[in-house]
Design a protein around this ligand. Structure first.
Ligand code: SDX
Length: 435
């Protein structure tokens, strides 16, 4: 903790004893202050207890700030609404990695640096043949991104800033290729090699949708929509997958293995897998007339039914990304000539009813980034199984930015949480014949 220390304190006093501990109260630029508990065990012999880390700051960071009550999301201080409207994904990638918006020259050099690394080693193509054609593409992403370690591990001194820089370029550049090839493999079409003459989002759509037999026709509106969706998913403070990357990275594991761990964590339906789960939920509801029965099941908590795409650990207001996603949905559907998409109509009616239902309002459950993203992606031709893959493509920028910040933090140590033990006290072994 460097430039945010202060002299304020939090005093913790133990009942039934005259022992107390004075914990430094540290204030950041904006947002809640933190009580530094690093001396608590030494002073009072106790741990803190916070399953799910709902009230625990695991690190200091300068990358992303979220105000859950106000529905604010800032990347290096810039509001997500302004970046989504005025920036591009690679410019946001530069911002997240380096802390400032690039000059024109810096931008040109960065774009060239990323696009120079879009190809995969030819032996990685054969890696795909080991998967079943119907393998979930997130399984392929976990495997292939992790396998990048096999190609770079020996040249990976993560304490060398240049190695960290080129690893960031390699990961940001290669995940779209890996993702698009996972899709092509699943449909039995030939892999499309990346085209460095196209922009980042345009190249991804090209690798996803082009075939060798037909000239490729870029669509400006869809490319812009894809670029904006990538911006919205790029980073999000210390979410589960980012915390996974930080914890894996704290051991000194190479960045490719750490990003593969982040992909695995993102896959869960409570996290990045929610966009896929929203589409399955909408298909299950089927028609607006079934919404009341579905919501009754959710509120009755039978079978753990949840309103997927709703709720958030931090946002207790509208997720600002959901609003931008909804606007983008209308643009994409209009561009595609889809007048009224039954899925969008159903989702909007579901949102309207839920936001007037006390169960959701009292729990401050609002649409999150995943509620509308699946509808756009389905309209753009992505299969449901690719939705979380796209989330992983975008979030790789945030993961590698957070990984680098952790490695470069002089106070960082290996992550090693403790526990409260409620198992058996020490006891002696009982021979089998006496059990
Ligand atoms: C992402 O952390 C991030 O930043 C993640 C993310 C990112 O960019 O990295 O924003 C991306 O993961 C978005 C969230 C996507 N997940 C979903 O849409 C899945 C559905 N949402 C939930 O499962 C839930 O809201 C979570 C997991 C997102 C948050 O869970 P919490 O904070 O642990 O909340 P909780 O489970 O303690 O719920 C509090 C109450 C409970 O009711 P009670 O026990 O108090 O009666 O709200 C209820 C829950 O049952 N609740 C829901 C609900 N979410 C919470 N009830 C119905 N439907 C829901 N979606």
């Amino acid at each position: 903790m460097n430039d945010v220390a202060s002299k304020a304190k939090v005093t913790v006093t133990m009942d039934g004893s005259n022992r107390s501990a004075e914990l430094p109260l540290i204030t950041g630029t904006i947002g809640p202050a933190v009580a530094d508990i690093r001396k608590l065990y030494a002073d009072l012999g106790i741990f803190t207890y916070d399953p799910g880390y709902g009230g625990t700051a695991a690190c200091e960071s300068k990358i992303t700030y979220i105000d859950g009550d106000q529905g604010v999301l800032l990347y290096r201080g810039y509001p997500i609404e302004q970046l989504a409207e005025k920036s591009t994904f690679l410019e946001v990638a530069y911002l997240l990695l380096n802390g400032e918006l690039p000059t024109a020259a810096e931008r040109t050099e960065f774009d060239r640096g990323v696009m120079h690394h879009t190809m995969l080693h030819e032996q990685l193509r054969r890696f795909y043949d080991g998967f079943r054609r119907d393998a979930h593409p997130m399984a392929v992403m976990c495997g292939v991104v992790g396998a990048l370690s096999a190609f770079y591990h020996d040249s990976l001194d993560i304490n060398d800033p240049e190695v960290r820089r080129i690893s960031a370029f390699r990961l940001i550049a290669k995940v779209p290729t890996i993702a698009a090839w996972a899709y092509k493999y699943s449909i039995g079409q030939p892999f499309m090699y990346p085209r460095n003459d196209l922009g980042y989002a345009a190249n991804f759509l090209y690798m996803m949708n082009a075939v060798p037999t037909v000239p490729w026709q870029d669509n400006e509106i869809l490319t812009r929509a894809m670029d904006r969706i990538l911006i919205l998913h790029a980073d999000h403070e210390q979410n589960a997958s980012t915390s996974t990357v930080r914890l894996a990275g704290s051991t000194g594991a190479n960045p490719f293995a750490c990003i593969a761990a982040g992909i695995a964590s993102l896959w869960g339906p409570a996290h990045g897998g929610a966009n896929e789960a929203v589409l399955k939920m909408l298909a299950e509801i089927g028609h607006v007339k079934n919404i009341p029965d579905f919501l009754a099941r959710v509120k009755g908590k039978d079978g753990h039914a949840r309103l997927m795409g709703f709720g958030h650990r931090v946002y207790k207001n509208y997720d600002p990304r959901a609003k931008i996603m909804q606007q983008t949905c209308h643009e994409v559907l209009a561009e595609l000539g889809i007048q009224d998409d039954p899925l969008l109509d159903l989702a909007q009616e579901l949102e309207r009813i839920a936001l007037s239902d006390d169960y959701f309002v009292s729990r401050k459950l609002y649409p999150n980034v995943d509620f509308y993203s699946g509808i756009i992606l389905k309209a753009m031709g992505f299969p449901t199984s690719m939705f979380t893959v796209l989330f992983a493509v975008a979030r790789t920028v945030g993961w590698i930015s957070q990984w680098r910040e952790m490695i470069e933090d002089p106070s960082q140590r290996i992550g090693r949480p403790r526990q409260i033990y409620t198992g058996a006290a020490q006891r002696d072994y009982i021979p089998a014949e006496r059990r």
